[in-house]
Design a protein around this ligand. Sequence first.
Ligand code: PBG
Length: 326
Amino acid sequence: MSEFPQLRLRRLRRTENLRRMVRETRLSADSFVYPLFIAHGHNLKQEITSMPGVYRFSPDSLGHEVEEIARLGIPAVLLFGLPAHKDEEGSEAYAPKGITQEAIRAIKKAVPELVVITDVCLCEYTSHGHCGVLMNGEVDNDRTLELLAKTALSHAEAGADMVAPSAMMDGQISAIRQRLDEGGLTQIPIMAYAAKHASAFYGPFRDAAGSTPQFGDRRGYQMDPANAREAIREVEQDIAEGADIIMVKPALAYLDIIAQVKSGFAYPVAAYNVSGEYSMVKAAALNGWLDERRAIMEVLTAIKRAGADIIITYHAKEAAGWLRTP
Ligand code: PBG
């Protein structure tokens, strides 16, 4: 056993090549999933004000974008649809010609091998902006399950490779698994937003997707940010119901939960580096307050180091580009 002055941890930090040899965590575009917002329209590529560098696309303008994503080595995209009409039951979410279904078909036509994952939730589609249907002013869990299952089935029928339910309804994974299996879609995996917290960091997303609740908030179904033990129970429940991949969301303020889920379960762990985490870095960088590239790579490395196998991030394209040309 050696001690200072024989022991000197700085010896292995002296040059870049030495540091490369002992680096414990390596980022790769293989882990990235790039979220895409899709809206109705023609030739639409509209920047989201609160998320510089992130755009809403129309299905007809997706081809070029997904070719670029694939060229950068990113294996998957996660789709969020913005419907033409919202109603109480979020009916465009499960319409055969709904916005997400059209986007899936457009992407599959342009780049068939790109993994298309869809967010399965009602909040973008309901007039009240909640993630399920209402009963006496509250989200009715069990009636919502039917609509989530219908939505997941219709995404898979349109060609989605994976579905990602994010509504935080109890029983949503088993309801979806059962409906997919009955529909002959036994090969479609479910990535469960298992430990999804009621977070202020979803602010820019709600602006991008027009999904802010018209009254109240989501604390009646999303998790309390204070709870980590309950996150483990959510993960256990989703695994018991048939989830294939477990997600923790958001990522940065929840690295402890990512680490616990990674060590406690032999399932692939996804972490969602959410909109507010992206916008914070972008805003500071635009002000010249931090080195953008270093900050982004540090954030993504930390999420990976905590245990994420899959990182859903709006930084995916820029980070993948930097990983190609160091
Ligand atoms: C839909 C959903 C949300 C996000 C992903 N799926 C918003 C919310 O729950 O309010 C947030 C993603 C982000 O902030 O980047 N329920």
